[in-house]
Unconditional design. Structure first.
Length: 294
């Protein structure tokens, strides 16, 4: 799907019922678990994997419906937050990863990863958080119209499934400082190349919990209530401030919960901050891990 020069890894597969979850398992040492969001896949972390795999065991799953993982229809899989957390827990249990975990989180990966952390707080050692949330949408933040269209209307669903609108748009607007090349844009969109394979990009948007009663909202609320359990864990916050979804309203909330976090922010950075500020952020993450040994 993507050539080896861009994605030079040997993939592995974990069985989840009738489905296969693809993941990377590179290097050895203390585990660093990287959880992607929507509409990305493990490709988002490729350069960070290369940077860290000589000193850490780096685990990077593709959520079901994403990347090289299976892409079942709704009759075969529940595209919900709870299911995503169950999947991540199942993978880590199967690999025997149950201690000294560093979580690296982006977009939906923040909610999935922190919900897992809330289940198993004793296993978490360090946190790297990029343009994401682990709490309900801040009251000062308005839900973006484009997401509202995809989440709530047949037109939005048709655009996402029929024209890959979500992944296509993200590949252009996700980076502000250093726009993605045509080759990289194609790599990000490669897993979502037809109607069937775009189911996860739509279901992720439709599953966004905005208010009490929405599926998954209780998980989000419980996750926020549990954040104080991680107050003593080393945390790095990295933020692209030109993210139209995870704006500074979210960063401010993280900083209120974790006033001692190491914060890196780019006023001209976009949502795909690990791409947009790679030359600064990847070394910063490396230094952060070195500065907080386990």
């Amino acid at each position: 799907m993507v050539d080896q020069e861009l994605y030079p890894f040997q993939g592995h597969y974990h069985t989840l019922g009738a489905h296969k979850m693809h993941y990377l398992d590179e290097g050895s040492g203390a585990p660093v678990v990287m959880v992607h969001g929507n509409p990305t896949w493990s490709f988002y972390y490729r350069n960070l994997v290369l940077r860290l795999r000589d000193r850490y065991r780096v685990i990077v799953p593709d959520h079901i419906g994403c990347g090289y993982s299976d892409k079942p229809d709704d009759t075969g899989y529940s595209y919900t937050l709870k299911q995503r957390v169950d999947d991540l827990e199942s993978l880590l249990e199967s690999l025997g990863i149950d201690d000294r975990i560093t979580l690296v989180l982006h977009d939906w990966g923040g909610m999935i990863g922190m919900a897992y952390a809330s289940r198993r707080p004793e296993r978490i050692a360090r946190l790297v958080v990029m343009n994401t949330a682990a709490f309900p949408m801040p009251e000062t933040k308005k839900f973006p119209p484009g997401l509202w269209l995809a989440r709530n209307t047949w037109l939005g669903a048709w655009l996402v499934r029929g024209f890959n609108a979500f992944s296509l748009a993200a590949s252009f607007v996700g980076c502000k400082r250093h726009p993605l090349s045509r080759r990289l844009r194609a790599a990000y969109r490669a897993p979502y190349n037809n109607w069937r394979n775009r189911i996860a990009t739509l279901r992720f948007v439709q599953d966004i919990p905005l208010k009490a009663g929405d599926p998954g909202y209780d998980i989000v609320a419980d996750c926020e209530q549990g954040l104080p359990r991680f107050a003593d864990k080393p945390m790095l916050l990295a933020w692209g401030e030109r993210d139209f979804v995870f704006s500074n309203h979210f960063l401010d909330t993280w900083m209120r919960h974790f006033p001692d976090a190491e914060v890196h922010r780019w006023a001209d950075g976009g949502h795909y901050i690990l791409e947009d500020a790679a030359e600064e952020l990847i070394p910063a993450i490396d230094r952060f891990l070195t500065a907080h040994p386990l």
